[in-house]
Structures are given as C-alpha cells and as structure tokens.
Ligand binder design. Structure first.
Ligand code: DGL
Length: 272
C-alpha cells in the first residue's frame, strides 16, 4: 500500500499546502484533518494550543496510520513542533513563515509579514527575523479577519467586502514593502484577491517548498502517476466543513469524510 500523508490545520488553510503536495505527488494518498471545533487557533492561548494540537494530531495518527504528518499551520508549527516530534516516530513537517525566502529575494528593502495575531508575536518569528532578515526592515501585521474571510471565500466564493480597508493603511506605511510573506496558510487561498488589490507586491508563501520537503522524505515508490485517494476529517460535530469539501473535490475524488469525535474516533465516514 502507498504510504499516506496526514495534513493538519485548524481550518481550511492547510489546503493551500495540500494542493501543492497533490500537484507534485498526485499518487500519494492524502488525509486532511481540520480542528474545526477549536478554530481559530490564531487568537488562542499558547499552552492550551500546544496540548490541543498534540491531542488531535495523535488521535488522527492513531486512526489513519499515515507515514508522515504535515502541520500545515504556522500558528501550530511555531509552537507545537518540538512536542510532536518528541512523541512521534514518523516524520513531522511544519510550516513556518517564509521570512528567509522573502529576505533573500528582497535584498535590502522592506518586507511585510502578514500572519495570525499569535504568529506575528511568537519568539519563533523573532528568531526567524533575526537570523535571516537582519538586512531588511520587517513590518508585521496580525489579522484574525483574513482567516475568517478565507474560510468564507472557500465556502461561498463571495469577496470579503472589508479586505481593502483592512490592509491598505498597512500598505500605505513608509518605507514601502516590495515583498509580503503570507505567514498563515489561510492567506494564499485569498491570493487572487490580494494580487488584484496590491499588484506591485510579490507574495511569498511556503506551500511549494513544503511539498518539495514532503517529496524528499517519502519513499520513492509513492511518487507514481496514479491518482491517490483523498479524505477529509474534522472535529466540530455541529458543522460539516462545506468549503473544505468543495475545494478538495477540485483536486480529485474524496473517498472518505467524517468527524473525529470528542472520544477521538472518526465517525460518519462517507464517500463524497
Ligand atoms: N492556518 C493557520 C496558520 O497558518 C491558523 C489560522 C487560525 O486558526 O487562526 O496560522
């Protein structure tokens, strides 16, 4: 059996990473797990979040037996990667803001970091800026609104009315930014709208690089051309994640979907 990969996020954001994995390795079976019962992560307390991420990921791994875990969430990765790596004997790939890439592209200008309120203030983020962007000026903007808008956009395709007014005062600051890091996996899902509103900006995210990293860690025979199955699981019993399911069917057949219940067992498994 081809080894599968479990991709995890609080909501739909990790799909922006999953789609690159799918593109680079269409044969690999992919499970998408979203902790929708605890969404959003970007405004939650750190201690609470570490335990939550560990509990949900461990439950997902028990149920799905993947060969690799991808934490497709900057907010969770900048906090919980060490705990997960201590507990697991499969590779754990995390997503952190692509400060290094943006800083190398920008040389000596000003770059922006657009992420959740939690990620912009993390010591992990301070370290990334100190280690890789010493020659740049880095302007940070924490937004919980963009996370919600990305969720809505996937479900309804409705353009968020407040997007321009929300971000334009930041873009108007001097010195002007040339590159902006999308340091939350939800944000690349809004990229067509961001590009339209601020066409001079180069947007940088980690999706493609993460997919390349996954490819190097997976056994070679899993890179065949057959299309691998997709599945989708979530934690909120009250609400089916319609936006995520809609997006996944554009990438291939969703063989299973269901809720990872409070007792951490996957329930209501159905094909789409
Ligand atoms: N997609 C997530 C990230 O990359 C988290 C969004 C949230 O739940 O606040 O940070």
């Amino acid at each position: 059996m081809t080894p599968s990969v479990l991709v995890f996020d609080s909501g739909v954001g990790g799909l922006s990473v999953l789609q690159h994995i799918r593109q680079q390795m269409p044969g690999v079976p992919l499970h998408y797990l979203m902790d929708s019962a605890a969404f959003p992560y970007g405004t939650k307390d750190d201690e609470l979040l570490i335990q939550r991420v560990v509990d949900v990921c461990m439950a997902g791994i028990r149920e799905l037996q993947p060969a690799m875990l991808v934490i497709a969430c900057n907010t969770a990765s900048t906090l919980a990667l060490p705990s997960l790596r201590r507990l697991l004997d499969i590779p754990v790939v995390g997503v952190v803001p692509a400060i290094k890439t943006a800083a190398s592209l920008c040389e000596d200008g000003c770059i922006g970091l657009l992420a959740t309120p939690a990620t912009v203030h993390r010591p992990y983020t301070d370290d990334l800026i100190r280690d890789f962007a010493g020659h740049c000026q880095v302007s940070r903007f924490g937004s919980a609104e963009l996370v919600e808008w990305a969720e809505d956009y996937l479900e309804t395709a409705a353009q968020p009315a407040g997007l321009y007014d929300h971000l334009q005062p930041w873009f108007a600051r001097q010195p002007a930014m040339s590159h902006v890091v999308l340091g939350c996996t939800h944000f690349p899902l809004l990229k067509p709208l961001l590009q339209q509103a601020w066409p001079a900006i180069t947007w940088v995210d980690s999706g493609e690089a993460i997919a390349r990293r996954v490819a190097t860690l997976l056994p070679v025979n899993s890179h065949d051309c057959q299309t691998g199955p997709l599945s989708c699981f979530w934690t909120d019993r009250q609400r089916r994640p319609e936006g995520a399911l809609k997006y996944l069917v554009t990438l291939g057949k969703v063989h299973q979907h269901g809720c990872l219940g409070p007792d951490f067992v996957i329930q209501d498994i159905e094909p789409v």
